[in-house]
Design a protein around this ligand. Sequence first.
Ligand SMILES: [Zn+2]
Length: 533
Amino acid sequence: MMNPVVENRQNEPVGWRGNMIRFRSAQTWVAMCFLCVLFPVASRAGDPTGSGIIFPRAFFIAVDDMGWNQGSSLGDTGGPWRAGVRREFDVRDYQAVVDLGRAVGMRLQGVFLLAEMDREGIVGQYATATQAGAAFDNSANVDDTQLKVMQYVQENAAYLEFGLHGTGHEHWENGIRTRAEWYDLENDKPWPEQDSRGHVELFKRIMAQYGLTPANGQSFPESYVPCAYGYYWNPTGDFSTGKILAQNGVKYGNTNFRYITELNPPLELGGGFDQGLLMIQRNNYGNEWFDLSALPTAPIDSFKTDIIETHWPNLLAQDDFLQEGVTQEWVTLLREIQARPDRYLAKNTEQFSSQWLYTHFTTVTEPEPGRVIIDNSAMPNEAYEHELLGNLVLAVPLKEGEHIAEARLGEVLVPAYLEAAGFGYLYLPPLEDKTYELNYSVGRKALTEHVEHTGTYNVYALKKLKKRLEIDLEMYGTQVVPVVGVKKPRDVASSNEHLKVLSYDYDRKTKTVKIEIQGRDIQGERGRISLSF
Ligand SMILES: [Zn+2]
């Protein structure tokens, strides 16, 4: 939830500076190459009538404060504000998020609080996690609803990410609350390192109560939103929240740095690395943390950050019969964003975070139509050290009946492609820190041999061998992967026993094989799918 105590620190738009940096670097590139006629891509973004390559900004939302069993605020009596709605949560409240993700082809980032999910009475061992401290008693919440919810979350990893928010959201000492769980916002200082490590351990132990353990092939969350945006940013110090979380497997965070200006976070760039964790700035655009069925009130044009703030109640209706209408309003908003030439909907957190890195550190130019130079040599090393990079996404506006007919990155095939809202989207493999040339053409003919990127998985590479096609991918949950422009395969197999090919089906007319694949780790299961011909 947002922070009533420090509300004087405004949520002002800050992301534009990052875009200016990108714009400048493209212009510098143009100035250097004075002999050739260049089309600086960054300057074209926003021109819907143009043709040629677009380097769009990714768009994403995080859904804060999931995981509470009870929604009602205890803020007035020294407890957590929880979701700010008087409600007992159950599977239907998670299904609303999953239905939205499915409708728009996104794996939405849910960030969870687990104190009320404790079924074994262990929260009391962590004195600062709740108002009651050692006397915390969760027995009133222990029932089948919890089991059904966590089962549902696991089964729907395709559309809802299980991310980290915290345990009890605030910090308590002897029943006295201080905001917030990961940083002391009231006195501008970090909590002791052991306190934060303890809260991570508690989160992990509650996950284990639902079978989410390394022994079961389940990883710790990759995504994080600090409670009340209180976060110990300290990239070069002995410890930081980022360091503790990265050591546990967290890779991507989003927050509003304006709550911790005393730590000099990278407001200018709109994001940065903190000891293995990539933190990206996000703003609020009018939807309050406690508002049911609330969309941003500011127009899309004013979204300066690539990720925007939402809270669970924003996606929920006050009653079941109204839910479909609320979900539809969010679908409409997201589709409007997808239809903008300079924006697109990221499939998942990794894809969103990667594109943020690329749009800040990579230049894309089109010296002649169909020949694109991608200079990724300025990508910081941290992106590689901590394996933060995934696909780079480029778009091409298409007229009625047109397709991207051919696309190659050097000698390599473009592994995934999707047509949506009048654009063809190319999902390039994760880039190394060097310069690439992409060649493509637009025509009536459809692109052959690619994954049609309708799902929320990541497709990293597509390799064509003599009698085989190999797809390197990371699966979330169970999804169908359409492979287009191929002959009927003799066999489809996986290199990873936990990345299962459940079935496949070939359609001669569209030359498409639809492969149903299940990944075990809800945080992503990677492997190689081989089609033999
Ligand atoms: Zn929160």
